[in-house]
Design a protein around this ligand. Structure first.
Ligand SMILES: Nc1ncnc2c1ncn2[C@@H]1O[C@H](COP(=O)(O)OP(=O)(O)OP(=O)(O)O)[C@@H](O)[C@H]1O
Length: 204
């Protein structure tokens, strides 16, 4: 569940989001042209806005932990650590939860021994999702996770995401991906919400 009322976000010299309000328990696609504010909205929801951006709102709440899955997921891992060392460092006692999650996401055990630069983008997305599920994320903010994947990998990431009960907020420029993964659509244009509602109302 995500509830936002009257969210405005300011950079030092300009405003990025203007009076964004919505509330949803559904899987939501966040669409809009480049620079319209999609990633900034997602970062505000996850509480990871850079310090120099200031948020004002009357409500900004999620039910459960909201985690961000980055577009450039290979560079979000520590470059000089093997995947197993990153997981050990981040998960600590929760590392025991990871085996069934890896199996569910079709992540082979050999990735433990790999460095981030040895991962494909599709596998790096899966591993980042696994890490967030082990941290008990209830909402995943997926920022362009299928961009630059070929169609077979896009299909397999979509299939994987459809299996998860976690709420999805999907930032994408690909309307087919939005349609496959989401029930509702939110459109931003120049920082303003221009559509929020059922996907059939948007795509028809
Ligand atoms: N950390 C920041 N500091 C200052 N301005 C920023 C910062 N992050 C984003 N912006 C500005 O906010 C606006 C929205 O950026 P944002 O990345 O949220 O858009 P987006 O819709 O996700 O774009 P894209 O589809 O290209 O990823 C842009 O004008 C961008 O330059």
């Amino acid at each position: 569940m995500v509830e936002i009322a009257h969210l405005n976000i300011f950079a030092p010299k300009n405003q990025i989001l203007y009076d964004v309000s919505f509330s949803t328990q559904a899987h939501l696609a966040i669409l809009g042209s480049s620079g319209s504010g999609k990633s900034t909205l997602a970062k505000a929801i996850c509480g990871i806005l850079p310090h120099h951006l200031k948020a004002q709102y009357s409500k900004l709440a999620t039910k459960g932990r909201a985690s961000y899955v980055f577009q450039d997921c290979i560079s979000c891992f520590f470059p000089y650590l093997k995947i197993k060392d990153t997981f050990q460092m981040v998960l600590k006692d929760r590392l025991t939860h990871i085996q069934p999650i890896f199996e569910r996401l079709n992540i082979p055990p050999k990735v433990w021994e790999l460095y981030p630069y040895e991962l494909s983008r599709g596998m790096a997305s899966r591993i980042q999702i696994a890490l967030n599920l082990a941290l008990e994320a209830k909402i995943l903010l997926l920022d362009e996770v299928t961009s630059s994947l070929d169609s077979a990998n896009t299909k397999s990431v979509i299939e994987l995401l459809l299996q998860l009960e976690t709420q999805r907020l999907v930032i994408t420029h690909d309307e087919e991906v939005a349609y496959a993964l989401c029930e509702e659509v939110l459109v931003l244009e120049s920082g303003r919400m221009t559509y929020f509602g059922d996907k059939m109302g948007y795509f028809s």
